[in-house]
Design a protein around this ligand. Sequence first.
Ligand code: COA
Length: 174
Amino acid sequence: MTNDAGAWSIRTAEPGDVSAVARIYAEHVLHGTASFEEVPPVVEEMARRMRAVQDVGLPYIVAEVGGVVVGFAYAGPHRPRAAYRHTVEDSIYLAAAAQGRGLGRALLEQLILRCEATGRLRQMIAVIGDSANAGSIAVHARAGFRMVGTMTDVGFKFGRWLDTVIMQRPLGGA
Ligand SMILES: CC(C)(COP(=O)(O)OP(=O)(O)OC[C@H]1O[C@@H](n2cnc3c(N)ncnc32)[C@H](O)[C@@H]1OP(=O)(O)O)[C@@H](O)C(=O)NCCC(=O)NCCS
């Protein structure tokens, strides 16, 4: 999909996008609290993660501005045990320069549509690193997620304790 002004577009991620995706994610791992990883995964690991999502028929998408990948989002299995198979967990990361222009919302809405189109998914969960992450909480609330709750002090990064905020949205009118 492309926005009205043609300023950005969203499409399915391809293997050739992995190095851009890994670069964007590495910035957030190294400097942000949305991800609780502390060491950026190498490109091969990011490629393995992308394949793992796409191999089980779940969406992994990228946003481009002027042909350059500036963000990505995917829905992975929420938890591996069998009874969780109708529940997914979303992830969205934008390059700093691409934030605050509606792209996060567009990526999340596209992810929801693609999950609903599978016809087999019932719930999407957001596990938001850091209760101070107002941008992520806002983008999920805007996309119809309700607040489930906060797990306090479950992470430790950059020398401080971090909360995890859990939000949830039904899929397909479930
Ligand atoms: C969180 C993130 C994906 C949001 O994407 P974005 O493109 O910056 O957000 P958008 O411009 O689409 O904003 C969507 C809505 O959230 C609101 N919003 C965005 N950032 C906000 C902030 N810091 N505080 C309050 N509201 C905010 C916007 O006003 C907008 O609301 P509206 O549609 O009612 O106008 C992006 O900022 C990002 O990559 N952040 C760092 C990594 C991260 O936290 N990822 C999420 C992991 S769960």
